[in-house]
Write a protein that binds this ligand. Structure first.
Ligand SMILES: [Zn+2]
Length: 426
């Protein structure tokens, strides 16, 4: 299949991809609510002519797996949707295409111009929570495979498409696919990373600091009470000092970024009455870590910062805050720029876009780390999105088609394609 025919075949799937993306956005697949989205993917992948199956999450297997994160919630009944595109010949290189179905909550629904799960289209933009991160990527990878399979081709080595859960909190969907035996010569994750390939990423640690106060009537607060909410501010200040130290001398490739390690106090909850001095406060945070640094090392740094706050502040010293872990505890990952998958994907990109993509490091984590840990080079590349995790998230529909075209060329070059009875084409 030559470049022109392939690009045309993929472009012809634009309407199908947009329809799939709309159905996916209209399924509000926040944590615990992923199943309606997985049903949409199951149907779409079957419609691509693929064999679709479920990979259920197994809490015990996950808890004892290398690379797992602690989690307190129930995962029973959750599943990944996996589609196998079997090899129609021999000799090619195998591939995993991966995307996550889960989305983060809308942040503040009242700030959105339209309801976050309404999938509104305006010009080239499709709006909605998860439109960019990363349902457009799921639509693009399915569209690429659909185009090739409908044109009568099969890969020379197996291709597996994975629609996974829990990327936004632990990565346990992707990890479960690997526990299920998924292996390939390379993995491409169609996260919304346009105009470049992402070959390095930080790790992430979630931690929760429980701070105890002494409740009292607000009228006698100065004599009797110790406010947990205000004490939490001292803990946060110590954590910010840790963050500053971590950004002082970043190792490459993160030295190219202005502020690679970000501490985010994402949730704070405490107290129960305006006229009562707050008895408790919990500060839930996310912090990044460099590749090579283990989650345990970061735990020690976080606990050190919290202990430092406690030693300096009499409100905390008497009842030292407790640090708990629930959610992300993952290492960073780096893939060498000379890896064959990076070169092949970059070459496919260049033929569609007319220029070579840069190789970049991201200050976020993705499921790529699980594949890298398993010895499978994994790269992120995908559609152009704006405001992911923010308000009025949107994705460019043209970029969805372009992503699928790059993937189509890449699949042809990486896996090799065969058409009809044994007529091999590269
Ligand atoms: Zn994502």
């Amino acid at each position: 299949m030559n470049d022109g025919a392939l690009l045309d075949a993929v472009a012809a799937e634009a309407g199908w991809m947009e329809e799939l993306l709309v159905s996916l956005v209209e399924a509000p697949t926040t944590l615990g609510n992923e199943e309606p989205g997985q049903r949409v993917m199951e149907e779409a992948l079957a419609d691509c002519g693929l064999k679709v199956r479920s990979v259920p999450l197994d809490a015990d297997a996950l808890r004892s797996a290398e690379g797992a994160s602690p989690f307190s919630w129930d995962v029973s009944g959750k599943r990944n949707v996996v589609a196998d595109w079997p090899a129609g010949g021999g000799g090619g290189r195998s591939l995993i295409l991966n995307g996550h179905i889960d989305v983060v909550p809308p942040a503040a629904e009242e700030l959105w111009a339209r309801p976050p799960f309404a999938a509104a289209r305006e010009g080239d933009w499709l709006y909605g929570r998860g439109a960019g991160d990363m349902k457009a990527g799921l639509a693009a990878m399915a569209g690429a495979v659909r185009a090739l399979s409908r044109a009568g081709y099969a890969p020379l080595a197996p291709v597996q498409l994975q629609s996974v859960v829990e990327e936004e909190c632990t990565g346990h969907g992707a990890l479960q696919c690997l526990l299920d035996g998924a292996r390939a010569d390379a993995c491409v994750i169609t996260e919304p990373h346009p105009d470049h390939l992402t070959t390095a990423q930080v790790g992430v640690l979630w931690f929760h600091v429980d701070i105890a106060g002494v409740p009292a009537h607000a009228a006698r607060a100065s004599r009797l009470g110790v406010g947990a909410v205000e004490a939490a501010c001292a803990v946060l200040a110590a954590l910010r000092r840790l963050e500053r130290r971590l950004n002082e001398d970043p190792p490459p490739p993160f030295d190219a970024l202005e502020h690679p390690i970000n501490l985010n106090p994402g949730v704070i909850s405490g107290g129960d009455w305006p006229s009562t001095v707050a008895a408790t406060c919990t500060l839930s945070c996310r912090i990044g870590l460099y590749p090579g640094q283990s989650p345990d090392e970061m735990r020690a740094l976080v606990e050190g910062a919290v202990a430092e706050a406690a030693s300096e502040d009499p409100r905390l010293a008497q009842r030292p805050p407790r640090v708990r872990y629930d959610g992300f505890a993952c290492e960073g990952a780096v893939v060498d720029g000379e890896e064959p998958v990076v070169r092949a994907l970059a070459a496919a990109y260049e033929r569609v876009r007319g220029e070579r993509p840069g190789l970049e490091a991201t200050t976020a984590t993705t499921d790529a780390r699980h594949f890298v840990r398993a010895g499978i080079p994994a790269v992120c590349f995908g559609p152009r999105a704006e405001n992911i995790h923010g308000i009025d998230e949107r994705v460019s529909l043209r970029s969805v088609v372009e992503t699928a075209q790059v993937l189509g060329l890449f699949i042809r070059d990486w896996c090799g394609l065969v058409r009809g009875p044994g007529k091999e084409e590269r």
